[in-house]
Design a protein around this ligand. Structure first.
Ligand SMILES: NC(=O)c1ccc[n+]([C@@H]2O[C@H](COP(=O)([O-])OP(=O)(O)OC[C@H]3O[C@@H](n4cnc5c(N)ncnc54)[C@H](OP(=O)(O)O)[C@@H]3O)[C@@H](O)[C@H]2O)c1
Length: 295
């Protein structure tokens, strides 16, 4: 099938393209980078690229993902995440092709004390979450054939993500002889890490599927950022640098974040198809890939 991928130079988009390439003809697009240039906020350009490629499915990964940046510049966040997604949804409706939209745990407010299902009502508490929810609504309202896949805490051996930040900070402490300075990490926000490779495979598996709807997809299990960082350090075999838990109040940011945003894969469970590996297994693999790449 002809599959158009937006945000294909991003952390997830790159892996989506490689996962698709064996079986499909892929048009990789992004706002910049080595691919077809496509700014999703440019309506005419979106329709021009769709008209030329005639996609049979779109996997829409492009977004403004800098959560604090969204809070500082809400116009940009809504332009990319809401209007950009609306453009993609309009084009999918016009050209009659299904869309797979990647969304986020941040559509929830984090006040629940058990995992969020696909049937819980979103209630975002920050601009990023609200603009991504507006994207969900555009996709849902305009394209009957849609998949909305909510995920969280995405990591990969490339791109900007928490696991790499921790590895690089720990390495820096060692190189600069500052191992007496611990890494202080928030311990009162709970979520589920997601290896982009596992998510990319899941997104690719939706191409050609008629089972449209909302899905939650993360690695199995959950943890705090502190537990997450501790596992990254442990799997990397770094014992010189300590990880110390702190409260959210002690790590002020411009953005309110949900305290609890574990996503239950309820739809997959009910379909008897929830067999995603545990987050610790995924983190172990990522750290091992990162270590090999550094040698
Ligand atoms: N990372 C996470 O933890 C996480 C969690 C939940 C959901 N998600 C969702 O997963 C998807 C992929 O995220 P990611 O982590 O791979 O983020 P990413 O690395 O930031 O990738 C997003 C890509 O979209 C591009 N982009 C930004 N504005 C664009 C525009 N106007 N037109 C076209 N492309 C544009 C970005 O380019 P620039 O880098 O040049 O801006 C980047 O290459 C997003 O929809 C995100 O909301 C991510």
């Amino acid at each position: 099938m002809r599959v158009l991928v937006t945000g294909s130079c991003g952390m997830l988009g790159r892996l989506v393209c490689s996962s698709l390439s064996a079986e499909h003809t892929v048009l990789a697009t992004d706002i910049v980078g080595e691919c077809e240039q496509l700014d999703i906020s440019n309506t005419d350009r979106v329709f021009e690229v769709f008209g030329r490629f005639q996609p049979e499915t779109v996997i829409h990964c492009a977004a403004m993902t800098d959560v604090d940046g969204c809070e500082r510049d809400p116009d940009r966040a809504y332009l990319v995440n809401a209007i950009g997604t609306w453009n993609i949804a309009c084009a999918c409706a016009h050209f009659g092709c299904p869309v797979v939209y990647v969304s986020t745990d941040y559509v929830f407010d984090g006040t629940k004390d058990s995992p969020y299902t696909e049937f819980d009502k979103p209630n975002p508490i920050n601009v990023y979450g609200a603009s991504k929810l507006a994207g969900e609504e555009a996709v849902r309202d305009l394209c009957a054939k849609h998949f909305i896949v909510r995920t969280s805490w995405v990591i990969a051996p490339h791109g900007k993500n928490f696991a790499l930040t921790i590895l690089n900070l720990a390495k820096q402490r060692i190189v600069e002889n500052e191992t007496d300075k611990p890494l202080t990490i928030v311990a009162d926000q709970i979520g589920s890490p997601t290896y982009a490779k596992d998510l990319a495979q899941f997104l690719s598996s939706l191409v050609g599927s008629p089972l449209y709807g909302i899905y939650h997809f993360t690695n199995s299990g959950y943890c705090s950022w502190y537990e997450f960082a501790s596992k990254v350090i442990e799997f990397a075999g770094i014992d010189q640098v300590k990880v110390v838990p702190i409260k959210s109040e002690d790590w002020p940011t411009p953005t309110r974040r949900p305290k609890y945003s574990v996503l239950r894969h309820y739809r997959l469970e009910l379909l008897g198809r929830d067999n995603v590996r545990d987050w610790k297994e995924a983190v172990r693999e990522l750290v091992s890939e990162w270590t090999t790449a550094k040698q």
